[in-house]
Design a protein around this ligand. Sequence first.
Ligand code: MN
Ligand code: MN
Length: 437
Amino acid sequence: MRQFHYKFHSVAVVMALFGTAGCIDSLPADDDNLFAATISITEGFETGSKTSYAATDVTLGTGTWNLNDALIGSTASDVKTGTKAGRLRGNGHLTMRFDHVTGASTVTVHHAKFGSDAAGSWGLFASRDQGRTWTQVGSAIATTTRSFATATFTVNASGKIRFDLRKLDGGANRIDIDDVTISDFVGGRGGGAGASLSKHTTLGIPSPTSTSDPRSFLSVKSGYVLSYNSDRKVPNWVSWELDASELGSVNRQDDFRPDDTLPANLPQAALADYVNSGFDRGHMCPSGDRTQTIAANSQTFLLSNMVPQAANNNRGPWEELEAECRNLAGAGKQLFIVAGGAFSNTSKPIGSGVSVPDQTFKVVVVLDAGQGVSGVTANTRVIGVMMPNDDSQISVVTNWHDFRVPVDTIEAMTGDDFLSDVDPAVQAAVEARVDHQ
Ligand code: MN
Ligand code: MN
């Protein structure tokens, strides 16, 4: 599995393959901000092994695939990158048994004839319903060479998607397939990537994130969504929805612990890192926002939802704003909230290398219940705050109102794009303003 960053400079033509909500119809050319970056996963078939053609699941670098009338070829006659490639015969399939949750802009595939076999053809199929129904992407591809050719498919679909590579000619000839690369589809006007990912990202995904990038590892939980940074051992951001239905009477569970839903090989903070560090284990999605069930409250105590937070910040204005958000929710509002830290080159770590943010930020969008992304207008209340995360720079008794800033300021400091699924003209209006209520 490899990752790389890819930047769109000009997207003049977009194919609306699925023709339904969640796809984009057109994009202006030369707008670097629409897709700040995408992150890809590549399946190279190097980590699995399967030497017979009978259908079975195989664990590969990207996840579990079903290989039916297909195997993992490693002979001298296989054309391959590294030591292995997928090999199809008959009407063979290479089928993902998992979703790529951040959509797809393009899929590229290397393909070649096996040995001295005849030419053949194959196609790429996509499913957005966990493999129940499949739609062909683009046209069938002819494989005519004994060295790799690259097939590129334009997908431009947001949200959960999986792919199936199918041999279409039905013949006895064999085809090698390798380096299947899925480039994420994240962010961007009208893409709807946020809403299709989770209700907690209804207004957009603040920065590219995927389950293949250890520095922006996507974790979609029932109570919130986060992008986890394993270099810093803190989230890049945590995004959640808050309304009265989440507010109950469950006690604080106080069961602080590492996040056992993250891959075991991703470095994480430990409880010991915070002990005697001088910093609180500062919730991003607060315990108090999830008091309807014990499970929901307990989920907020995962260390992946924490940053080292200065006590005067955490127990002062930060907590006051948390309470104000719950007041609004209790009064019938629906809030979409994103919180995280802002870092610099001089950000200092605690413990085994848990980065302490220089400031903590929060973006709060206040809607009436059920409005969704189209409910955000130029008049919508949007609260941005940036609070110093150093007890010498912030008093526990300071009013949270004193830390209000335009969302544009937070975007400039973090590189994130908040409200990224909201109409750009509306974003421009609400993000330039400082909340004054
Ligand atoms: Mn707190
Ligand atoms: Mn924005």
